[in-house]
Design a protein around this ligand. Sequence first.
Ligand code: BMA
Length: 311
Amino acid sequence: MVFQRHPGGPILTRDHVPDFPPEIIDASSVFNPGVALWRGKVVALLRVQTRGRRTFLLKASSEDGLRFDIDPQPLVFTGIEALPETIHHIYDPRLTVIEDELLVCFAMDLDEGCRLGMARSRDFLHFDFIGMSDDDLRNGVIFPERIGGRYARLERPNNSAGNLAGGGDAIRLAYSDDLVKWEGSVELMRGRPRYWDERIGSGPPPVKTSQGWLHIYHGVATHFGASSLYQAGVVLLDLNGPSQVIARGRDNVLEPRETWELGGQVPGVVFPTGLILRDKAADLYYGAADTCIGLARTSVDALIQACRIGD
Ligand code: BMA
């Protein structure tokens, strides 16, 4: 088995979410966290859903990566209020530390479809809105260093027309000088029809290894009749030109098996969104059944090995 789950079950559940009346009272769920190592602490932005199925992002921080202090006050991206569009939900944030700045890439549900939004912070207190995509995109992740002098982002075109949940089966790479204008987008991988990763999207931002950029992504098997199964898998990308896939694992490395992954708001979901490397351990934070947050541990070597199986 590639990953060992934290033995205590989910590390964050709705029971941990503080009330913040009138916005948050007796939250329904907390899942799909963006996570980063920031100035010696594990910091996270938690996706919290209320019983009105409204979405808030809450800041959280932890010394040990297990027990989090949660700031009850929902996060506001300064400047986002100037957008003329109605924003229904902001969710699934991914965090990247680059050049002593914390970047957040998140999904925004508008009437027009889904957009990728970006924000930045230098203190984990204030977050400034940077901009959003023109296109319908989701699952955006920023590389933790510039490539060829430019910011690099993986993104997933989202087919949300007529379908609020959306979906997509290709991950693309785009570059930017200023984080606002993204260009030169090329496709690096597609879903594999009939297997575990028919639909795909990036998980946490890629991490640099001697073998290449190691990337965890989610795959959706859609062929099980009534329900779709969300799992996590791995791929290695070329260090210089990450649109080049070096190796892609045949099997998933994490799939719903525990009762709290198999049952919940959306059954049968592990949705990887945060990866922290510390003391040779690779800790994966993931949303489980769109209801709570799990933590599973492995090593970078084991993940690289998994990329090479069946390739
Ligand atoms: C995806 C996204 C995620 C969610 C997952 C499972 O399409 O909407 O936010 O966790 O579906 O429902």
